[in-house]
Design a protein around this ligand. Structure first.
Ligand SMILES: CC(=O)CC(=O)SCCNC(=O)CCNC(=O)[C@H](O)C(C)(C)COP(=O)(O)OP(=O)(O)OC[C@H]1O[C@@H](n2cnc3c(N)ncnc32)[C@H](O)[C@@H]1OP(=O)(O)O
Ligand SMILES: NC(=O)C1=CN([C@@H]2O[C@H](COP(=O)(O)OP(=O)(O)OC[C@H]3O[C@@H](n4cnc5c(N)ncnc54)[C@H](OP(=O)(O)O)[C@@H]3O)[C@@H](O)[C@H]2O)C=CC1
Length: 290
C-alpha cells in the first residue's frame, strides 16, 4: 500500500510530481542536491496551487493541507519511511545511476523505486539497485498538474505486484496510464522529440523563422504550443539528452540531434528555465531569439 512518496530532484517535474501527490492525499518527501532548488520548488508548487484555486478547482484549506504534506531535505535519509521513491533528476544516465546507488542504503526493504526519465533504459537503471523487481518507469508529462498521461514502463525484471501498485497509484493521482515497452524514449518521446528536432532543423536550414514555425503548427495542426515553444518549455538540455538516447539506442541517423540544438545547449540557452532558448523570456511577452 503506497502512502508515503519520495521525490528526488526538485526541478519542474519533481515539483509537479510532489504537487500532484500532495493534493491527492499522499505524504511527500522532496529532495534535491540544492537547498535553493527546494525552496524554489515549494514556491512554484504554491503558485500552481493558487492557479487551481483561481479556477475553483481547489480551496484555500486544500492548498494549505497539501503544502503541509510536503517536507523537503537534501539528505537521502529522509526517504527511510517511504513506500515509493520517484526519481526526477536531470536526464543524464550517470546522474541517475549515482542517485540510485546512494539512495538504496536509505530505503526500507519493501520500498519501490520509479524513474520519471523521459527516455533512458529502465532495465539498465534498475540494474544498479538491489531491487530490479521493484523498479519501474513512471513517466509524468509536463506540466504535471495539468497533463493527464503517465507512461508506465516495466524493466525486464519488474514484477507484477510492483506494476499493479504503481498503476493503482497513477489512477489515485487522477491520471491515465499508457503502457510502453522498455525501448529508447518509450512511446511519447519516440514520436514527439523527432518532431521537435525536425522543427529545429527547419529553423537551422532557414525554411522558416521561430515565429513562423510555431505559428504553423499552432494554427495548422492545432498544437497548444508550437514545437520550439514546447522545446523551451521542456528544456533544450532535456530535448538534446532524449535525442542522444534515441540516436545511440536505435543507431539510426534520422535521430541525429540538430547542430543548432547542440549549439543552444552549449550556450546554456536551455529554454524557459534558463530565461532564454528559442525565445527570450526576460520580457512579459516572450520574444523569438532568431
Ligand atoms: C519531455 C517529456 O519527457 C514528456 C513531456 O512532458 S512532453 C511535453 C508534454 N506537454 C505538452 O505538450 C504541453 C503543451 N502545452 C499545453 O498543453 C498548454 O500550453 C498548457 C497546458 C501548458 C498551458 O495551457 P494554456 O491554455 O496556454 O494556459 P492556461 O489556460 O493558463 O492553462 C491551462 C491550465 O494549465 C495550467 N498551467 C498552465 N501552465 C502551467 C504550468 N507551467 N504549470 C502548472 N500548471 C500550468 C493552468 O493553471 C490551467 O490549469 P487548470 O486547467 O487547472 O485551470
Ligand atoms: N522537462 C520535461 O518536460 C519533462 C522531463 N521529464 C524528465 O524528468 C526529469 C527531470 O526533468 P526536469 O524536471 O525538466 O529537469 P530540471 O533540470 O528542471 O530539474 C532537475 C533537477 O534535478 C536536480 N539534480 C541534479 N542532480 C541531482 C542529484 N544528484 N540529486 C538530486 N537532484 C539532482 C537538479 O539540480 P541542479 O539544477 O542543481 O543540477 C534540478 O533541480 C528528467 O529525467 C526528464 O527527462 C519527464 C517528463 C517531462
Amino acid at each position: 500500500m503506497i502512502q508515503k512518496i519520495g521525490v528526488i530532484g526538485a526541478g519542474q517535474m519533481g515539483a509537479g510530481i510532489a504537487h500532484v501527490c500532495a493534493v491527492s492525499g499522499f505524504d511527500v518527501k522532496l529532495s534535491d542536491i540544492s537547498a535553493d532548488a527546494l525552496n524554489k520548488a515549494v514556491g512554484n508548487i504554491g503558485k500552481n496551487l493558487e492557479r487551481q484555486i483561481a479556477k475553483g478547482k481547489l480551496t484555500e484549506a486544500e492548498k494549505h493541507t497539501a503544502l503541509e504534506r510536503i517536507s523537503t531535505g537534501t539528505d537521502l535519509a529522509i526517504f527511510g519511511d517511504c513506500d515509493l521513491v520517484i526519481e526526477a533528476a536531470t536526464e543524464a544516465e550517470e546522474v541517475k545511476r549515482e542517485i540510485f546507488k546512494r539512495l538504496v542504503p536509505n530505503l526500507n526493504s519493501t520500498a519501490l523505486i520509479a524513474s520519471n526519465t523521459s527516455s533512458i533504459s529502465i532495465t539498465r537503471l534498475a540494474a544498479v539497485t538491489d531491487r530490479p523487481a521493484k523498479f519501474m518507469g513512471m513517466h509524468f508529462m509536463n506540466p504535471v498538474p495539468v497533463m493527464q498521461l503517465v507512461e508506465l514502463i516495466r524493466g525486464i525484471a519488474t514484477d507484477e505486484e510492483t506494476f499493479q501498485s504503481v498503476r493503482e497509484l497513477t489512477v489515485k493521482l487522477g491520471k491515465k496510464a499508457a503502457v510502453a515497452e522498455d525501448f529508447p524514449a518509450f512511446i511519447v518521446n519516440r514520436i514527439l522529440l523527432p518532431m521537435i528536432n525536425e522543427a529545429v532543423y527547419t529553423l537551422y536550414e532557414g525554411v522558416g523563422s521561430v515565429e513562423a514555425i510555431d505559428t504553423a503548427l499552432k494554427l495548422g495542426a492545432n498544437h497548444p504550443m508550437g514545437p520550439l515553444e514546447l522545446a523551451d518549455f521542456i528544456g533544450l538540455d532535456t530535448c538534446l539528452a532524449i535525442m542522444h538516447v534515441l540516436y545511440d539506442g536505435l543507431a539510426d541517423s534520422k535521430y541525429r540531434p540538430c547542430p543548432l540544438l547542440v549549439k543552444y545547449v552549449e550556450a546554456g540557452w536551455v529554454g524557459r528555465k534558463a530565461g532564454r532558448g528559442f525565445y527570450d523570456y526576460s520580457k512579459p511577452v516572450p520574444v523569438p531569439t532568431r
